[in-house]
Design a protein around this ligand. Structure first.
Ligand code: SAM
Length: 243
């Protein structure tokens, strides 16, 4: 079992229910959390209260260890919504990176499977630990180069997500690996790259091709008035196509 302790913008993930947790506001005896339920509060030795919350998929982004730059939740949400994936679907994802996209997808398709491919073994190790944190058993991590590994695939996929430099070279292979109605979703920070990917999808007869960027604008609410608290915050372009 995993729990989250929260106070304002401070969050702690609790995975062991023994020993001590040192916060800036005192020490928490973790054994006291053994019988805690979400909604309870726990006090540090200084009497400062933390709220006990369940560990949820929305916490992946907060607690996953980072290697490469992960896809942001706003973009993951769009990939899930626009691709039309559903419970029981099979997904191919590459490169795994921190495993952020793969984990959210695994949660969305459970008990369907996510096969995720990462060529760097050191990144794969971190992703494997991040996947353990989710408690999900439907993520299969392959350490290797997708451009080679895909030759061994005997199954087809409902969604292929690519977030790697060589994704342009994988568009044509994706077409053969997708089930009818399946979707290819490519995420990339550079617009030239997104344009090339769209051209490739057109050349290979993908349907419903679209490419967009989503902007998230955070708001701050002050006594004097309310306004966006972030400038324009670019993450990446999402290119989608169906077969
Ligand atoms: C930006 S990161 C992916 C982040 C990931 N989507 C996430 O949400 O955490 C790109 C990853 O692709 C991996 N990669 C690049 N080319 C690859 C290839 N041909 N096969 C497998 N992995 C590859 C890199 O090692 C890197 O970890």
């Amino acid at each position: 079992m995993r729990l989250v302790l929260c106070r304002g913008k401070e969050y702690f993930l609790v995975e062991k229910f023994e020993g001590e947790l040192h916060t800036h506001r005192g020490v928490i005896d973790l054994s006291e959390l053994k019988h805690a339920n979400p909604g309870d509060t726990i006090k540090t030795h200084l009497g400062v209260e933390y709220r006990v919350l369940p560990f949820k998929p929305s916490d992946y982004f907060r607690f996953f260890r980072r290697t490469s730059t992960p896809v942001m939740p706003k973009d993951i949400g769009a990939i899930i919504a626009y691709s039309g994936i559903r419970r029981g679907d099979t997904v191919l994802d590459s490169g795994t990176g921190t495993g952020m996209l793969a984990a959210y997808l695994a949660n969305a398709v459970y008990p369907g499977k996510v096969i995720t491919v990462e060529k760097r073994w050191d990144f794969a190790e971190v992703a494997r630990k991040n996947f353990e944190m989710t408690g999900l058993d439907n993520i299969h991590l392959i350490c290797g180069d997708l451009l080679e590994v895909h030759r061994g695939f005997k199954i087809k996929f409902d969604l292929i997500t690519l977030d790697m430099k060589d994704d342009r070279d994988f568009v044509e292979h994706s077409k053969d690996l997708l089930n009818p109605g399946g979707c290819l979703a490519i995420y990339n920070p550079y617009v030239e790259h997104a344009r090339d990917v769209v051209r490739k999808m057109e050349q290979h007869g993908f349907l419903d091709i679209e490419c967009f960027e989503l902007l998230r604008i955070d708001m701050e609410f002050k006594r004097i008035g309310s306004r966006p608290s972030t400038g324009v915050w670019h993450t990446g372009y999402i290119a989608l196509g169906r077969v």
